[in-house]
Design a protein around this ligand. Structure first.
Ligand code: SAM
Length: 257
């Protein structure tokens, strides 16, 4: 069984106690249908090394393989869509990197099993890129990015929505601030139910009328969009470089010092 505690210090500093696999599976079963929907979005806001995200990704990839194992093109597109629907935030950089790597290994193992000789490194790079953007080092309470010491940066957490809007090889990325997504998810009083379920509101990342044309917005809602062949979605890494510049400098300084 995987360890639930890495050190007493980490428990004291960050409440880091990992959930056992049995509980994760049981909790995921409460929304089983959603965990088996390829593009259903999940956010683990204090993700650690991704105990929930990894179970959900495995379930989604099982569905992708069942439906698309005969075509490497279809498997690649749909598995990237599944990866793009996994979001995580953790305040500790080692957890973030471990979570990215863990999800990549789950995806890559299935990729090799299904696509065999058709596997290619461009799609692998696309998968890694999606994970770098979706699994973020940040403070889920203040919604700001953090550096390698967990210190807050003056950079808001940004999440990308990944879709295939034209039903071909072109993948679209749209960036939104996390703060704005959460604000849009708040229940509107007039719509609140009067029964016992009234306090439970299911989150709907990106459910904001995306069929309507949108323009980038100065106030931080929708920031930018980018469209490319899914194997080249990593070619525009400006956002990644901007958001992580400070983080990686700090990490390098740490490693050297
Ligand atoms: C109880 S563990 C849960 C990890 C994982 N979700 C699980 O269930 O196994 C809590 C995690 O939250 C992270 N954490 C603590 N405070 C946080 C904050 N303000 N923002 C983001 N992550 C935070 C810790 O680093 C730790 O990995």
């Amino acid at each position: 069984m995987a360890r639930q505690v890495k050190s007493k210090q980490r428990v004291a500093d960050h409440g880091e106690v990992f959930t056992a696999e049995r509980e994760v599976e049981a909790m995921c079963d409460l929304v089983k249908q959603e965990t088996e929907r390829i593009d259903s979005r999940f956010l683990e806001p204090a993700c650690g090394d991704g105990n929930f995200l990894s179970v959900i990704l495995k379930r989604k990839l099982t569905v992708v393989t069942k439906k698309y194992r005969r075509s490497a093109y279809d498997w690649e597109r749909n598995s990237l869509l599944a990866l793009g629907s996994m979001y995580g935030v953790d305040i500790m950089l080692d957890n973030v990197l471990a979570c990215q790597e863990r999800l990549f290994e789950i995806w890559n193992k299935e990729y090799k099993k299904v696509c065999k000789k058709e596997c290619n490194d461009e799609t692998r790079e696309a998968a890694r890129f999606i994970l770098r953007l979706n699994i973020v080092c940040g403070n889920a309470l203040t919604l700001m990015c953090c550096d390698a010491e967990g210190k807050e940066l003056n950079v808001p957490i940004i999440f990308s929505e990944w879709t295939f809007p034209f039903n071909d090889a072109r993948m679209q990325r749209k960036d939104y601030t996390f703060a704005e997504l959460l604000a849009m998810d708040e229940p509107k009083p007039a719509k609140k139910k009067k029964n016992a379920d009234a306090d439970f509101v299911q989150g709907t990342l990106f459910d904001m009328g995306l069929d309507e044309p949108e323009q980038p917005d100065d106030e931080g809602k929708f920031l930018q969009q980018y469209i490319a062949h899914y194997r080249h979605i990593q070619d525009d890494d400006t956002r990644w470089r901007e958001a992580y510049l400070h983080l990686h400098l700090t990490k390098e300084e740490n490693d050297n010092g």
